[in-house]
Design a protein around this ligand. Structure first.
Ligand SMILES: Nc1ncnc2c1ncn2[C@@H]1O[C@H](COP(=O)(O)OP(=O)(O)OP(=O)(O)O)[C@@H](O)[C@H]1O
Length: 249
């Protein structure tokens, strides 16, 4: 199994000005699996914990209990080496270091994927920019010199640089205008087919999930309340899943 999330719970400590800090449970006993080549959509309300789950999968946060295995290796296992996954965040403005140009951003990720002779770096960055439909001429630009669509393409090429099997897409088009959203979604669809990628696609948009993913997880009240194949979306039973379905039909 490419990704196995097993009974994962996570809470955060919130400090209060005039009282002791409290721990708030954000993720409660979440389990699901994703097979190689499969894509899953995660639908949930704003603030329900979707990004926290994404961060747990990527090893940016650790579970309080339960475990997350990627190709059988725990995300908490520091010795497991390079993980076959990348993440694309919603906010491209904060996910790119503003002091690095495009070449440095992508090169940093390429080098994470393994040693590359310095002489090959330029060509590999060019190839990755080409893969996401950007001209190599943009290599020396900084984030503030790019359009939103260009910046998100840079984030996608950075995600591809480590040759992942799985990409966690945390609302990758929500910060873009509609025409740019369509172009980025077309790109993601093409990359999925060309590179046989699996996506863990976090969004508020049920139609998008049905277009991109084989199955969908409905996330509410800190946990997954229903999972179904997108082909069977009309058969969902949980009231939350039904309410999302009714909103689009
Ligand atoms: N590092 C942290 N420390 C404390 N609380 C956190 C931390 N990260 C997230 N939270 C809290 O966890 C809850 C869920 O946040 P999260 O960003 O995962 O939700 P979300 O479903 O992705 O929201 P949105 O759809 O609005 O992006 C929020 O109440 C948030 O304040």
């Amino acid at each position: 199994m490419l990704l196995s999330v097993e009974h994962v719970s996570k809470s955060f400590s919130h400090k209060h000005a005039f009282s002791a800090s409290h721990r708030h449970l954000i993720i409660d006993d979440v389990s699901f699996q994703l097979a190689q080549g499969e894509s899953i959509g995660l639908l949930g309300e704003s603030g329900s914990g979707k990004s926290t789950l994404a961060n747990l999968i990527c090893g940016l946060e650790y579970p309080d209990s339960g475990q997350i295995l990627i190709n059988g290796q725990s995300t908490t296992d520091k010795k497991s080496g390079k993980k076959p996954l990348s993440i694309v965040f919603q906010d491209y403005t904060t996910s790119i270091n503003p002091t690095m140009n495009v070449k440095q951003v992508i090169a940093e990720s390429l080098l994470l994927g393994g040693y590359i002779p310095r002489a090959q770096l330029q060509d590999q960055v060019s190839a990755l920019l080409d893969r996401v439909g950007l001209s190599p001429k943009l290599m020396n630009r900084y984030i503030h010199e790019l359009s939103g669509g260009q910046a998100q393409r840079v984030c996608i090429s950075r995600a591809l640089a480590t040759c992942p099997s799985l990409i966690v897409l945390d609302e990758p088009v929500s910060s873009l205008d509609v025409p740019t959203q369509v172009k980025i979604l077309d790109l993601l669809e093409k990359l999925k087919d060309d590179l046989q990628l699996s996506y863990f696609f976090i969004t508020h948009d049920l139609q998008l999930v049905c277009y991109f993913c084989e199955s969908v997880l409905f996330f509410q009240q800190k946990t997954i309340v229903e999972r179904c194949q997108t082909a069977d979306i009309a058969k969902v039973k949980h009231p939350y899943a039904q309410s999302l379905l009714n909103a689009v039909i």
